[in-house]
Design a protein. Sequence first.
Lengths: 770, 162, 293
Amino acid sequence: MAETYIGAPIKRREDVRFITGTGTYVDDIKLPHMVHAAILRSPHAHARIRDIDTSRAEALPGVVSVFTLKDIGELDATVPIRMYKIPGLDKYLQPSLARDEVRYVGEPVAVAVAESRYLAEDALDAIDVDYEVLQEVMDVREAMEDKVLVHEHNGTNLAGVHHVSIGDADKAFAEADYTRREEFRVHRFTGNPMETRGIVAHFDRGKGELRVYGATKLPHLNRQTIAAFLQLPEHKCHFEENDVGGGFGIRGELYPEDFLIPFASVRLGLPVKWIEDRREHLLAANHSRQVTCELEIAARKDGTLLAIRAQIYGDMGAYVRTHGGLVPCSTGALLTGPYRIPNYQAKIHCVMTNKTGLGTLRAPGRVESCFYRERMLDMMARDLDLDPVELRRKNLVTPEEIPYEIGFTRPSAHPTILDSGDYASALRQALERFEYDEMKGIRGLQEDGRYHGVGLSYFVKNTGGLEPYEGARMVVGEGGGVSVFLSIAQLGQGHETAMAQICADALGVTMDAISVFHGNTDLSPFGWGTFASRGTVMAGNAVHLTALQLKDKILEAAARHLDVDASGLTLEDGNIVQPGTEAPALPLGELVAHMRESITPEQGVPELEATAYYNSNNITHTYGVHLAHVAVDPETGVLEVLKYLVVEDVGRVVNPLMVRGQTVGAAVQGIGGVVLEELVYGESGQLLTTTFLDYLLPTSTDVPPIDDLVLEEAPSPYNPLGVKGAGEGGIVGTAGALGNAVSNALGIEVKDLPLSPDRVRAWIRARGDG
Amino acid sequence: MSTKSILNLTVNGKAYEKLVEVRMTLADFLRNELDLTGTHLGCEHGVCGACTVIMDGEAVRSCLLLAVQAEGATLETVEGLADGDRLHPLQAAFQDRHALQCGFCTPGFLMTATAFLKENPSPTDAEIREAISGNICRCTGYQPIIEAIGQAAPEAGGKPRE
Amino acid sequence: MKPAPFEYYCPETLDEAVSLLEQHGDDGKVLAGGQSFMPLMSLRLARPSVIVDLNRVSGLDGIAANGDGGLAIGALTRQRALERDAELPARNPLLAAAVPLIGHFQIRNRGTVGGSLVHADPAAELPAVTVALGADFVLTSAGGERVVSAADFYLGYMATAIEANEVLTEIRVPAWKAGRLWAIDEVSRRKGDFAMVGVALWADMDGANCADACITLFGVGGEPVRVEKAEQRLKGAALDDATLKEVERIVSEELEPDSDIHASALYRREVGGVLTRRALRAAAERGTEGNGA
Ligand SMILES: Cc1cc2nc3c(=O)[nH]c(=O)nc-3n(C[C@H](O)[C@H](O)[C@H](O)COP(=O)(O)OP(=O)(O)OC[C@H]3O[C@@H](n4cnc5c(N)ncnc54)[C@H](O)[C@@H]3O)c2cc1C
Ligand code: FES
Ligand code: FES
């Protein structure tokens, strides 16, 4: 056995099925008599539905059923808000199928079910919908004028507002030596996991039970909602996660289709499969980002930060979905970052437009706020003629000030508290690793004819917490094998390996003896889900605690069996041993065998098992630095990222291979989002980026090798393992670092994204010399 | 000629004869008719590379072929890479280097790399980067994939390792 | 994202293929490499009721020497076959350099020369290169053959001179002139993407001065755009900085591109000029070394 499994670069056990092509993703599921659904979507950004005629479609060969909202009838339900239910938002919820109006291109209007997906799509072609086209509103500013209303009956496009007020920002501004005001904009883009969404729903009429495959991220919560919608007892609904081709925030949330496909199965009594195609994904799955911010900063001449004020506008799209409000609210939540800024005021606006609904994307709101703040700090450094690194160092919260309570920055009962960290140390190590002192001189036009620049951003990112608990159940069986049942889901992260590492250490068995099961609502009564990098924090600690409890039970049982005192026993590599004695070890498997045969009433259950929950509302914060070196071709506006470093303190590393994987993958996703990806709407509210030829994901030749440095200087004080989530640190600082690098290279101030060649050229042109 | 046709082909060394819809793509045929679900669909319009298979020795997008076009062809898919329980060197290297997370893109990368290494058994990192630029991975950031292909190159240029 | 139904024919001779097209008129569509057409069908942006698959028609592929020292390229020749042809860089370095810019190797494994030319994406490399090279296209129908020059073939946004009953069967590329300078350059959002702007050009020199030149841009309009005014400016001039700057300006002024989600019209005008200047410089710097016969 390794010293400990935690911290060792252990190869992932889930890999074997993926590299041999034997994984089971939802589209790989095939059930007897299964039929296939396709969804008719609105071609208009805003229109009234006069009539839907499905008769032609229903008459086609191979078509099983076509249904519309009429058929759902009184079951009609809406996609619920999951987080940050700020008042007002609940008047803008999305129905499963459009009611009398469609409000974005891609909104579901009808469902066709047929013997194959090919035939189902033929049926869509034969559904006749009579639309009366209405005026659309696509821009947040315009929407704020309320001239065109997305939801007429609500009388306004401003769905909700949230205020943050800490200290006295107005006073600080009035007294400050220095203030600056800027407007920043982050564009609309989205997660695009390589596997699109998909559902197989199977209602067994005989048993009255519904089984749904393809659930992920929050299977229990989704089950709760769908069971209520279908008026089925929750325990007769089984939601199963299969292998999942990536999540990134978008996958696994509840969507209209999550109602429609189980509904179809209940209605038909047949298994129904729906696999989203990529065009649907771009049209219909959550979009993200697109937050605009008017940011003001106040400081002393020497660079001491005094206050920030912000007006934040989130472009919700046409309906507030599960996490619509979260995107702009999270932008406000960590806008002050790792800095001591005693006065902070923000007003967050959730604004409706005729676009696809907004939702989460890896580090939602945090990528945005880091961009705004870190750009503003660079501008301020230039204004005040201060070194941008010194300016940051001066204002970083110090270890002595930690835990540092920022205040109530989010719509929640808990204040934001920076829990642990040595921010200056991470900064110093980042600068050293990047050879920043040598690099910072490389600025402006260089010998290769390109403008070079270096940019830095500092981030803090909340991880874990948010929802109160996660659980784990552990059972020892035949041969001492340990089954670990989790309440969370896995979307590519590698929990099957990481949780086995944690379990092995705490329990005292080898990893080989452990199997990890997850993502099935039958495995545990309830769980909140896998998001916000909370997997390792919440489930990891649940596994740790459960293993400790189970170990006590094992040692007690062994003590009874051996007739010794339990305190004299330990469990090592799956053997119960009596340290310091000559006594032979008792293998765990023997103990199990013995208990199965000779259980007495006072010994209770014949198996060794334990269940425990890790319960915490505390949010831990990772932190770190991004540094980028870029070169810009001034004549073509083409940007090349030459060097990129991510430094993140994750508290404690469970598996360095996986932490590095998360960091590098997130950084590349971040660079893609900042440079390439954009959801573009054109005339009459049409989405122009509905294929991968238009929506550009980063490929191997678009990104440099990413360097990363993972620190473990500040274990979280909030949980026994000391871990913080590592899924998002690699992305949070990308917009900030790249925005700063390009600004430094060209001597301009980047305020909006993406950094496309066309946009970069426009900035150079505006500078007047290019 | 009608909308169905008899198709004969060999996949991973096994011969098949099937009646297929002429409009069915090769990817759907492999997945739905032969139950070889290791070949994935990430876009169905030729950009992501998840559906890459090797047809008569060449890496191709199976979403951009009709199944009927594979008449008489010899196909290799990810399911045929390993030799029984013995992983192909590329598969082993992908695990060693943590070159996959969700694994959805992985079959496409493996098949692309297999074809590529046959043609260029000792590539530079830059050549590997170029070769895989037609495959999209959303999880790994590509670097570990490049490392894995580099690691496997000496062995994978030819056959599975002994 | 699945194709609408169609009837499928897989002829083995050209005669069969063209008579099928004749028979089905506008309902029929030719399938070559499928790298552009299959996505259109899957997205149901194209819904032909009859597909005539050329892939088994014999005699439509291969790269042969033309009588006059040029090349005769079968329309069904895979782009990859050109890329692998060891002789091609010597026989036509511009064409050889253009091919690897198309998509990715898996795309080129299937994509055909003829498919790219008939598909006529305004940002595609091969249409512009064939225009620059003065190639001729052989179009075959049941009624016989006709030959159309590349320049006459392209008629505007994705519109060409080919009729529904015709198959492009051969591309005839004139002999490469000894000593010719050439270059191809493009800017795309990502490697392998269609170009936002690109240029393919050559110049024949008489001593230090340019005797003849052809400058063709792609991605800057509905079809490949030849900038004759810039070519005129080059003729008789040395490829010095002043001339190249002038050429850049002329190209920028002459182009009338559209805006799309990837680049504005202004960007395309500017960068069209820049790329032309850079390509000319690269051509001059490379000189005639390795430039074929
Ligand atoms: C991801 C991706 C990236 C790409 N990048 C590029 C790029 O950078 N540059 C580029 O130029 N292309 C690119 N392409 C397109 C690719 O080059 C195609 O191969 C080409 O455009 C079409 O050739 P094809 O043989 O595949 O034709 P098909 O797709 O089979 O046919 C295209 C059209 O031409 C017609 N046609 C084909 N052959 C003939 C013929 N002989 N006679 C009459 N009509 C015919 C068809 O009816 C159809 O209308 C890309 C494609 C993909 C999927
Ligand atoms: S599924 Fe074939 S390339 Fe994406
Ligand atoms: S491993 Fe998830 S897309 Fe590549």
